[in-house]
Every structure is written in structure tokens, then in C-alpha cells.
Design a binder for this molecule. Sequence first.
Ligand SMILES: [Fe+2]
Ligand SMILES: [Fe+2]
Length: 207
Amino acid sequence: MPVTENSPSAPSPLKNPDWRYIDKPALDDFRAEDWAILNRQREPYMAEEQARQALRALTESKDDATFGYRINNYLHCLQSATMAMRDGCDEETVVVALFHDLGFITCPDTHGEFAAAFLGAYISEANRWMLQRHAIFQQVHVEGYPGLDRDARERWRGHPHFEWTAEFVAKYDQNAIQPDYDTAPIEVFEPMVRRFFARPPRPVPID
Ligand SMILES: [Fe+2]
Ligand SMILES: [Fe+2]
């Protein structure tokens, strides 16, 4: 059998060399003492890695090309977060803006739900609701697109989170496509992202 990157013969390195592997082939074989070890090691691992890997997922797209917008999706995300920050939004909302389009290229039709799932345990219900529907709310800003229902958001008119979703899209999303805007660098947001993921997660309902 050819050796590929996906069939390593050695285990992945531990983040801390003093930690232990659970050297068993399946979860079926794990016992209470194994879970105790994993849980002990998981906590310090997540404290550093969750925010770092979330940021990496975004920064991986830093130099990607665009299909016609004047700035790429990465800069759109940064610009959206910058606008939210400068407008005095709370830190959670700034981080929400930073990641709101993380899946815009990889899962375009479901990227709102993707962002809602990505951040869902750390954000308010208003922000989660907004993320899930922001692309549909954006349609009201889209003139001349064939077959698009600009009023698709109207099905939610009167919902408690309707106004916030409309506001987010109008102020920090549909306009965050400007190459000459003074967009803050990722370093400004990194400490916010670390604080964001350090907060206790909440249970998220499955819709
Ligand atoms: Fe979006
Ligand atoms: Fe966006």
C-alpha cells in the first residue's frame, strides 16, 4: 500500500510532550480513566487552540483571489468587523462580524447557517438568528439580480430579531466591500477572538 499523508505510521504529536495518548483503537475501548486523562488535557488544549484554529480558518483565505468584488472575502470579513467596532458594537458582535462570511466560498448557499453553527454556543440568540438569515436579509440591497426576491426577508417581519438583522446587513455587511476603507488588521481582533472563545459555551438548540 502506498504511504500517503493520510496513512501516517506514527501518532500525531501531543501539544504538550508531558501529556499522554490514549493508545486504543476505538472509543468502544475507552474507559473512565481514559476519559479522565482526555478531559484533563482537553481543557488547556482548547484554551489555546480553539481561538487559534478559528482565526487560522479565516486567515488561510487572506491572499485568495476574488471573482469580481474589489476586495476578497477575508477583507470583507475584516472590514465588516472594523465597521461594527467603530460603530460601538459590543465585542461579541465584532467577532460575529469577523466570522459572518467564513463559509461564503466553501458553502455559499448555507454560509449563514455555517457561521451560526461555528459561533452559536458563544453568541446571543439575536446574533445567531441574524447569522442564519443574513444572506436572505441582504437581498433587499440587491438591485437587478435576475430572479431574486428582494423582499424575501418579509416572511420574518415582526420577529424580535428582524430589526437587528436588517441593521447588521445594512450597516456592516452590504457596504463592506470597499478597498479604500481603512480596514483594521487581524491583529486588532485577535485578543477579542481569544476572549470570545474563552467564555463558557451555552447549549444551542437544534433547529
Ligand atoms: Fe454572507
Ligand atoms: Fe458578508
